[in-house]
Design a protein around this ligand. Structure first.
Ligand SMILES: *Cc1c(COP(=O)(O)O)cnc(C)c1O
Length: 386
């Protein structure tokens, strides 16, 4: 029976922080303020300080964070409760379902633009091409770049496009807490940034959780209203809202994990660096820009490309050796039934190829009794690809 190397190891991460997390949970058991308890505000302040923003609003999930950000922009910038079908929002076809889902839930229509095969991310050139050349571009209202795998999008380019074409920018930062572009933390560069604290994210809680960061006070205030049923008072709604609060218990857990986020993100960068050094020169493998070329990346996933139609074979062989890998994500958003009927699909030739080549390798932060897990993965990869 081969060794089992998982993608992540949440039990081990818990063991490392056990005392602090148990104490935080006990604190909640003692005060019993489960909804909007003191830990929620404290976490918002601490996460805001960490990111360098005064406007961090905790909420129920990353999906809700995206919806809240988009709805607040519809209300404050466009004077309407929801966007409508004619309002177009540019995004990448390579993301988790929630990115496109949130755009549609906010009332708008996603426009899928192609990715850059070197960065795996929404290509600013492809977005620019749609905005300059497509006659429907006059209806564009915003761009949602996704910092997939914790790799930072070219925010200078997107900010330039947003300014030039009068668009808002909402950063999907669900996979990139603590990442940066230049001196600025991801999520704080656009009009709003949406974070997810789903358990497997690089900052994760023990259930669903999320956060929105807003650049302007009116947008932040609207998000706060929307997440509590759309009213300044719970009993008199002025907008169509949501029940989208973060649980006190999750906030208590996140306060502990936030203190260690730099250590964990640093470890992720180390793992990426080791992979990039060891696997350089492996034929049939194209590596992502490593931490040296990509200092703002937090490597939520270490994702490389296996070329020559060999990705699935390589994955199978690794599985046989007890090594777990993942494909994030196997189906392009532009190919999902739900969005085919409600999107604009531009030329996606890079994404169409790339999504058949991507492979995310294991990065368990610590694995008891198996400190050499990464050597095992690397040796197996080299054997298969040689
Ligand atoms: C996880 C994720 C989301 C959604 O977050 P949830 O907390 O699961 O709702 C959105 N976008 C991306 C890119 C994600 O990875």
């Amino acid at each position: 029976m081969p060794n089992k190397i998982p993608m992540i190891n949440l039990s081990r991460e818990y063991e490392l922080l056990k005392e602090e997390i148990d104490a935080a949970i006990r604190g909640c058991l003692q005060h019993q303020r489960w909804i909007m308890g003191p830990e929620v505000t404290a976490f918002e302040e601490e996460a805001g300080d960490y990111l360098g923003t005064a406007r961090a609003i905790a909420c129920s999930s990353g999906t809700d964070a995206l919806i809240l950000a988009l709805r607040a922009l519809a209300i404050t910038r466009h004077g309407k409760e929801f966007f409508d079908k004619d309002d177009l929002i540019l995004t990448t076809p390579m993301s988790f379902t929630a990115t496109a889902e949130a755009i549609v839930q906010a009332g708008a229509t996603p426009v899928f633009c192609d990715v850059d095969p070197e960065t795996f991310l929404l290509d600013p050139e492809a977005a620019a091409r749609f905005l300059k050349e497509d006659e429907r571009a006059a209806r564009a209202v915003g761009i949602v770049p996704v910092h997939l795998y914790g790799y930072p999008c070219a925010m200078d380019r997107f900010a330039g496009l947003a300014a030039k074409f009068g668009l808002f920018l909402v950063e999907d930062t669900a996979q990139a807490f603590g990442g940066s572009f230049g001196k600025e933390k991801l999520g704080t560069i656009g009009d709003a940034g949406a974070f997810s604290f789903f358990p497997s994210k690089n900052l994760g809680c023990y259930g669903d959780g999320g956060m929105v960061v807003a650049r302007d006070e009116d947008v932040a205030a609207m998000i706060r209203i929307l997440l509590r049923h759309g009213g300044e008072s719970k009993t008199n709604a002025s907008h169509i809202g949501y029940n989208a609060r973060l649980d006190t218990l999750q906030a208590a857990i996140l306060r502990v994990k936030l203190k260690h986020i730099d250590t964990f993100n640093h470890r992720r960068r180390e793992i990426a660096s080791v992979y990039n050094t060891a696997l350089r020169g492996c034929s049939g493998l194209i590596l992502p820009p490593g931490p040296e070329q990509n200092p703002g990346a937090v490597f939520h996933q270490y994702t490389a490309r296996v070329t020559g139609h060999r990705r699935d074979t390589v994955r199978e062989r690794l599985a046989q050796a007890g090594i777990k890998t993942m494909i994030y994500y196997p189906v392009l958003l532009s190919r999902m039934d739900a969005f085919q009927a409600r999107s604009i699909i531009t030329n996606l030739c890079e994404a169409e190829t790339l999504h058949t080549e991507i492979l995310s390798l294991p990065a368990p932060l610590e694995l008891p009794n198996q400190p050499a897990w990464q050597t095992v993965v690397i040796q197996e990869m080299m054997k298969i690809l040689s």
